[in-house]
Design a protein around this ligand. Structure first.
Ligand code: 0O2
Length: 271
C-alpha cells in the first residue's frame, strides 16, 4: 500500500496520542498545583509502527479493510503509577471522563498472562477533530506500576531478541523475576500511606516556600533594604528548622506585612 495512504490512516491516531498524553500530563499538573498526591507518575504514548500493524494483522489474519476496527492499539497510551492501588484510581478517573468511552477492559493484574505479564488495559473510544470532521477511533490505555513496567520492558525486548522463542532457561528466570516484581509491589503497598504523607507534605512545603519567596520579592519594591535583609535572615533560620507549621506562620506574617505596605501606598496615593 502507498505510504501516503498509511499517513492518512495514521494521522488521526497521532493526533489522538498527542491529545491524550497532554490531557494526562495536565491532570498531573493539576494535582501538583493543589498540593495533592497524584496516582499517575508518568505518561507515555506512541502510534504503532506500520511494520508492527502489518505483523499483527498477519498473525491474527485481519484483512486490511478491518485493520482500524480489529487492531485496537494503533494508538497506545501507557500510564505508569507508583503503587498497585493507584492503577484502580487511574482506571476510575478514566471511567469518569466524558471524552473517553470505555469499550473493554483486560485485567492482567488479577489474571496475569502465562508469561508473567501484569498490567491493566482499557480500550477506549476517543474522538479527534480532523479537517474531514470528527473521527471516533480506538486507543489502548495500559496502566501499570513502575515495577511492572520495568519487567514488561525487559521481557518485551527479550521477545524481540529471540523472535518470540525465548529459551527455557531465560523463561524460567523471567518468570521468577515476575514473582519478585509482584512481591516488590506488595511490599511497597504496605508503606504507601507513609510515602504519600511524605510526598504531600513535601509538595505543601514547596508551595509555601514559593509563596514566601514571592512575598519577599514583592516586598523588595516597597520595604527598606534593612527590613528585607531581616526578613530574609528570618526565612533562612525558619527554613533550616524544617518545621512546616513555622513556615506557614512566617508566610502569614509576611502576608500581614505586605498588606500593611499595600494599605500605606493606597493612603499616600489618596493624599
Ligand atoms: P507492542 O509492541 O507493545 O505494540 P492477544 O492476542 O489478545 O493476546 P492483543 O489483542 O494485542 O493480543 O492484546 P493484549 O494481549 O492485551 O496485548 C496488547 C499489548 O499488551 C501488547 O501489544 C503489549 O504491549 C502488551 N503485552 C501483552 N502481553 C504481553 C507480554 O506477555 N509481555 C509484554 N512485555 N507485553 C505484553 P503488542 O502489539 O503485542 O506489542
Amino acid at each position: 500500500m502507498e505510504i501516503q495512504l498509511w499517513r492518512e490512516i495514521l494521522n488521526p491516531y497521532e493526533l489522538a496520542v498527542k491529545e491524550l498524553v497532554l490531557k494526562f500530563e495536565h491532570m498531573k499538573e493539576e494535582y501538583r498545583e493543589n498540593g495533592l498526591y497524584c496516582p499517575l507518575e508518568r505518561v507515555d504514548g506512541r502510534v504503532k509502527s506500520i511494520s508492527s500493524i502489518l505483523e499483527k494483522a498477519q498473525k491474527k489474519k485481519i484483512p486490511f479493510e478491518n485493520i482500524e476496527t480489529e487492531i485496537e492499539d494503533i494508538a497506545g497510551i501507557r500510564l505508569i503509577c507508583q503503587f498497585v492501588e493507584d492503577i484502580e484510581k487511574m482506571a476510575d478517573i478514566i471511567r469518569g471522563r466524558s471524552d473517553m468511552e470505555i469499550k473493554s477492559v483486560k485485567d492482567y493484574l488479577t489474571n496475569a498472562k502465562p508469561s508473567g505479564y501484569r498490567s491493566y488495559h482499557l480500550i477506549i473510544y476517543y474522538t479527534v477533530e480532523t479537517v474531514n470532521g470528527p473521527k471516533k477511533l480506538q486507543a489502548e490505555i495500559q496502566i501499570r506500576t513502575m515495577a511492572m513496567n520495568f519487567w514488561a520492558t525487559i521481557e518485551h525486548d527479550l521477545q524481540y531478541k529471540y523472535k518470540g522463542n525465548i529459551p527455557e532457561y531465560v523463561r524460567v528466570r523471567i518468570s521468577s523475576a515476575a514473582e519478585a516484581i509482584r512481591m516488590l509491589d506488595k511490599e511497597m503497598s504496605s508503606v504507601r500511606s507513609e510515602i504519600i504523607d511524605a510526598q504531600n507534605s513535601s509538595l505543601l512545603q514547596a508551595g509555601i516556600v514559593a509563596e514566601i519567596l514571592n512575598n519577599i520579592q514583592n516586598l523588595y519594591k516597597v520595604a527598606n533594604k534593612r527590613e528585607i535583609i531581616k526578613i530574609q535572615d528570618e526565612f533562612y533560620r525558619i527554613y533550616a528548622l524544617n518545621d512546616l507549621e513555622q513556615l506557614e506562620r512566617f508566610n502569614k506574617e509576611l502576608d500581614i506585612i505586605a498588606e500593611g505596605y499595600r494599605a500605606q501606598s493606597i493612603r499616600s496615593g489618596a493624599l
